[in-house]
Design a protein around this ligand. Structure first.
Ligand SMILES: [Zn+2]
Length: 338
């Protein structure tokens, strides 16, 4: 697909960020670090059309003859990984855990079949089509990282140091952050979902957790001393923006723990946290179903559920919210999405 006005901005010396102009599932931010001889991408767009758009924008910014030689992938969700096919000669770098995680995700073509082949009248089929139907993976091959590591990895892009740190399970198993000390910037992946008063984002979704690990990762991100934070989705943040995000995560964690202690089942707990409307400016409140369920699994010590089952609950709650909104219409920031 093409997203009009996808925006590449310079955020520091030789550092650019590609920001999709809309929020929503799968519309992730990507980075370009340029030098006189080589260039690095941090994450890729979701499908080949979007990735081609980012590649064309990158080439306009790079000196003649310089190519994107490396791609660091912050985690193994497709919206950060599946565009790597447009730079087939680039070395794709991830954590070892992310490589393992890829085997649990549907392949791009399986996901495409799921989105276009589902019953659009069922909650799940309709939800997938509404939120993922804009992407095209009908001819996208799976991406396999070329280089994996655990712990820390240091590399250079021209004269610029790049410090890559693998994290304990947070958004997914196998997240990493990329710290660029010269640029005083950190690419956080989906450990952070950005939102500011000017550019409200979406509710975060966390598949792995526990939220304690996500919060610790945010604190680690601040401890780099950086000033510029590029989240996996949403606007670029300053240090206060990261602190606000920690407050959001702390609130959701506290509510999940209190509702769990009160014996409320996970799905009803998510419905209650959504109904509290603590952050009406954020889109996709139904994603709290996934985040609360992940937190409950850690409290209960239970297994990760089937992803389609979990998405079915998300779709069900989205439908309930839409029905509520239709019954009692009132201005909601979330309704302005798309
Ligand atoms: Zn993402």
């Amino acid at each position: 697909m093409t997203i009009n006005r996808a925006n590449v901005s310079a955020i520091a010396e030789d550092l650019y960020v590609w920001l999709p102009p809309k929020r929503g599932w799968g519309l992730a931010n990507c980075g370009l670090l340029a030098s006189a001889k080589t260039a690095l991408w941090i994450d890729t767009p979701y499908d080949p059309a979007l990735a081609g758009e980012f590649l064309a924008a990158s080439r306009r910014l790079l000196p003649a003859g310089v190519e994107v030689d490396r791609v660091i992938v912050t985690h193994a969700n497709g919206d950060h990984l599946w565009g790597a096919g447009v730079v087939p000669d680039a070395e794709v770098i991830s954590t070892r855990e992310a490589l393992e995680h890829i085997h649990y995700e549907p392949t791009p073509q399986q996901q495409h079949a799921l989105v276009v082949g589902g019953d659009p009248d069922s909650p799940l089929g309709g939800y997938l089509r509404e939120h993922f139907g804009r992407f095209d993976w009908s001819a996208t091959d799976p991406v396999h990282p070329d280089t994996v590591f655990t712990g820390e990895l240091e590399l250079r892009v021209g004269e610029y140091p790049v410090q890559v740190t693998g994290l304990p399970a947070a958004h997914t198993g196998g997240d990493l952050i990329v710290h660029l000390p010269y640029q005083r910037a950190v690419f956080t992946g989906d450990v952070i979902f950005g939102s500011t008063p000017e550019y409200p984002g979406d509710h975060p979704v966390h598949w792995a957790g526990p939220l304690e690990n996500v919060i610790t990762a945010c604190e680690r991100i601040l401890a780099t001393g950086a000033e510029i934070f590029v989240p996996g989705h949403g606007p670029v943040l300053d240090r206060d923006g990261v602190r606000h995000h920690i407050a959001y995560l702390t609130y959701v964690r506290e509510r999940a723990h209190a509702l769990h202690a009160a014996g409320i089942p996970a799905l009803d707990a998510a419905r209650r946290v959504i109904a509290e409307q603590r952050h009406p400016e954020l889109g996709l409140p139904e994603r709290l179903v996934l985040t609360v369920a992940a937190e409950y699994r850690h409290l209960d010590g239970t297994e990760v559920p089937n992803v389609l089952e979990a998405m079915g609950q998300v779709a069900q709650v989205a439908r309930e919210l839409a029905e509520d909104a239709a019954r009692s219409p009132r201005p909601r920031a979330a309704a302005a999405r798309d």
